[in-house]
Design a protein around this ligand. Structure first.
Ligand code: SER
Length: 340
């Protein structure tokens, strides 16, 4: 018999940490964590199985297929937007071919156990591409269907994988005589910039806000790579995890689309600096914009319309800007670095 479990790729990443910790607290499901780097020991302890390996390795995926019965996949593994620009073809392989491998695995799993496999996919505001700052300022909250002209490899990959997911869920092998549909129940969230008080991001372009916070908490100076007037949507990591779990639990009938925007607050980089400096009196944060990374952030919207997520599956973040800083970022970060 195969062992029952929930599969989480990219287990070692920021979302992986948040999700695995949360699921382990709930304790109701066995977690199969998979990552290209050996999974951190404390995280490993929370997994029923911790697999080191590449999602491009077919043999590894075949092993997963033969050893485990999987009804839910959280496919978090990806190369983020900054890193992907240095190795775009490698990013395409990981972000697109890797996702297709997982969609195939989910399809096959469903065929083996006879029930649909829920496939939770983190997409991003990077799927948007706004032409210039005048448009950016004028359009306000962007809807899922608008302005999807990404300028990064990561954004292109995420947008395409949203379509791949929809294809596997609704149109897979549509001309085959033995076609059996509904194997994959694909559900995606376009996340805003995420900030965790516990872990640090790596390789993203929205990393400036978490970097600012974590540097200040450790008494390190920080040069912010975007202008202080730049504004994008943000969310505290616990809300991102909660949203994912809520979307997973939503009834299929309540979902009117397969991809949803969500957001919580959208201060400028300068406003984030002000809050951080108020809390950490010795913070030394300068703005030293890197024009190229700035251009990437400038192509992302200042705000997104998340009314579909609110209406269809009751998305409602617990942390607005004030609460996020007062009750989560600041106390948790202080605790993290004071205990060292
Ligand atoms: N946070 C991601 C990045 O900066 C966007 O999804 O690449």
């Amino acid at each position: 018999m195969r062992k029952l479990g929930i599969l989480i790729t990219g287990a070692n990443g920021e979302m992986g940490h948040g999700l695995i910790s949360r699921l382990a607290e709930e304790g109701s499901r066995d977690i199969i964590g998979l990552d290209v780097r050996p999974i951190d020991e404390p995280l490993k302890a929370k997994c029923a199985a911790a697999l080191d390996g590449d999602i491009l390795e077919h043999r590894l995926l075949e092993r997963v297929q033969s050893e485990y019965e999987i009804h839910t996949v959280y496919h978090l593994a990806a190369l983020l937007s900054t890193r992907a620009e240095f190795t775009p073809e490698a990013a395409h392989r990981v972000n697109v071919e890797g996702t297709m491998n997982l969609l195939k695995l989910a399809t096959e799993q469903s065929r083996l156990h006879g029930a649909p496999v829920k496939f939770l996919y983190p997409s991003s505001i990077a799927v948007y591409g706004l032409p210039n700052s005048t448009v950016r300022k004028q359009i306000g909250k962007v809807k899922e269907t608008d302005w999807t002209f990404p300028i990064t490899m990561y954004g292109c990959n995420k947008l395409y994988c949203e379509h791949l997911g929809r294809y596997y869920a609704s149109h897979y092998r549509q001309l085959a005589a033995d076609r059996s549909s509904g194997g994959v129940d694909f559900r995606a969230i376009r996340f805003p910039g995420l900030i965790s008080a516990v872990t640090m991001p790596s390789g993203g372009t929205s990393d400036f806000a978490p970097e600012m916070l974590h540097a200040a908490a450790q008494g390190k100076s920080y040069s912010c790579f975007v202008r202080e007037d730049v504004r994008i949507p943000w969310m505290a990591m616990p809300d991102a995890i909660q949203a994912f779990l809520r979307l997973e639990q939503a009834s299929k009938e309540s979902l009117t689309q397969s991809v949803y925007n969500i957001t919580s607050f959208n201060p400028t980089a300068g406003e984030i600096r002000e809050i951080v400096v108020r809390e950490f009196k010795n913070a030394d944060i300068k703005f030293l914009p890197d024009d190229k990374r700035q251009a990437i952030v400038d192509s992302w919207p200042e705000d997104v319309d998340d009314s579909a997520a609110r209406n269809d599956w009751g998305f409602s973040p617990a942390y607005d800007q004030t609460r996020a800083f007062a009750d989560y970022f600041i106390p948790c970060i202080k605790r993290k670095y004071s205990s060292r």
